[in-house]
Design a protein around this ligand. Structure first.
Ligand code: T4K
Length: 372
């Protein structure tokens, strides 16, 4: 196969050492304890809380169920203010809870919910704000908390992209009332499928644990209509092993990001997000924003050209969630209400970034971007 025939995707999952995983599988086979808060589940929760620097974490079978459950944990109803610039799961979680999403525009620097525009969208039915730390860059958490406190609203962060991100040395998962994580195969840290809710106190952690296990608070006691959203032992063991290499993998991602920055920063019409100095970032995504006039090619033309050369960048996030049939009829989904998000969604393309991406791969990608 020629080098150029090899497909390069936007991401490729990191896997633990197979022999180490096999050892843990043998142990699980011996124990015959496969799910429902087994040994590996407990060990993984402890190790994760420690690694992330959070007081309480509860594992889930995926990030979407974690989000859906987080809304149940806090009894959120009515209307929730959220961003149209995210993966559909963010808004779907509201829909599954019979909550009306109210879209508010994003800001252009980090593509996160624009805190200055939140207040105007609050109504008597608003009960919470659901912002997303898009690409792992923190939202304006201080301003959001201030608004939430003033209006008596809850804040749930969709932190699906924010694994390991620290601001001034503190985990950004500790902001708001709850934060949710995704450990999907495409994420910086994966357990094949998986997710978690981070909370601040033991009482809430207990409630989360009940809700993800049908609402059971004991053998015969059901405290709420819970769901089945538990992570199993095989995935928990997989996750424990993944923690061994996460720092090395984030470093490898950083080197790729540095390569892109070095070679793309002087190209007219290609903009990127500048990672703030006070951030320990995870380099989960490398979005660039194409200015058609200056670059001389549209974002979609570049996307297609990369594809024709077996390089599969992704337009995260295009289309906006507000443009999908389920949501586009909402008043807040009107394009004139979301000018910044509309502009970003038409210019973004996420370039491949993952630890095993080689220098040759990077040169192949760069060549296509440079030689218009
Ligand atoms: N909130 C936010 C902000 C999110 O971004 C997400 C998920 C969620 C909530 C929900 O969390 P989960 O319920 O998923 O835990 C992917 C992921 O499926 C999704 O998890 C992720 N966000 C989203 C941003 O990206 P797709 O449809 O782009 O995935 P897919 O299958 O096209 O994969 C992308 C590329 O990755 C493929 O072209 C090749 C590569 N790949 C993928 C898989 C699954 C591999 O090389 N190996 C693999 O096993 O949504």
């Amino acid at each position: 196969m020629k080098k150029t025939d090899q497909k390069i995707f936007v991401t490729q999952p990191v896997l633990p050492a197979l022999d180490e995983f096999t050892d843990l599988l043998k142990d699980i086979w011996g124990r015959k304890w496969l799910t429902n808060n087994g040994k590996y589940h407990q060990d993984f929760e402890k190790a994760l809380a420690d690694y992330l620097g959070v007081p309480y974490i509860s594992l889930f079978s995926n990030g979407t169920l974690a989000l859906i459950s987080a809304l149940q944990v806090l009894n959120i109803t009515g209307e929730v203010i959220t961003t149209p610039y995210s993966f559909v799961a963010t808004t779907h979680a509201l829909w599954w809870n019979n909550i009306k999403p109210v879209f508010v525009d994003v800001e252009p620097e980090f593509c996160n919910l624009d805190s200055k525009k939140i207040e105007a969208a609050i109504t008597p039915k608003t009960t919470a704000i659901l912002p997303v730390h898009v690409y792992g860059n923190p939202c304006d958490t201080e301003a959001i908390q201030e608004i939430a406190d003033r209006y008596g609203l809850k804040v749930i962060y969709d932190a699906a992209h924010a694994f390991g991100v620290k601001q001034n040395g503190q985990s950004i998962l500790n902001f708001g009332d709850l934060s949710i994580l995704s450990f999907h195969a495409t994420k910086v840290f994966n357990t094949i499928e998986g997710g978690a809710i981070v909370c601040h106190d033991e009482k809430t952690k207990k409630r989360i644990d009940y809700l993800k296990n049908f609402g059971f608070a004991g053998e015969t006691e059901v405290i709420a209509p819970g769901i089945n959203a538990k992570m199993n032992e095989v995935q928990s063991a997989f996750g424990l092993l993944q923690l061994k290499t996460i720092d090395k993998n984030i470093l490898a991602r950083k080197e790729i990001a540095d390569f892109y920055c070095k070679h793309l920063d002087n190209i007219d019409g290609i903009e990127r997000i500048v990672v703030p100095e006070n951030l320990h970032y995870n380099y989960g995504y490398f979005p660039v924003f194409i200015d058609e006039q200056k670059y001389g090619m549209t974002r979609d033309a570049l996307y297609e050209k990369l594809k024709a050369n077996n390089i599969f960048g992704r337009r995260y996030f295009y289309p906006l969630i507000s443009q999908f049939p389920t949501y586009r009829g909402l008043e807040s989904a009107r394009p004139e209400n979301l000018p910044v998000a509309e502009m970003i969604t038409d210019s973004v393309i996420c370039l491949p970034i993952y630890p095993d991406l080689t220098r040759d791969d990077l040169k192949r990608i760069l060549d296509i971007i440079l030689n218009k």
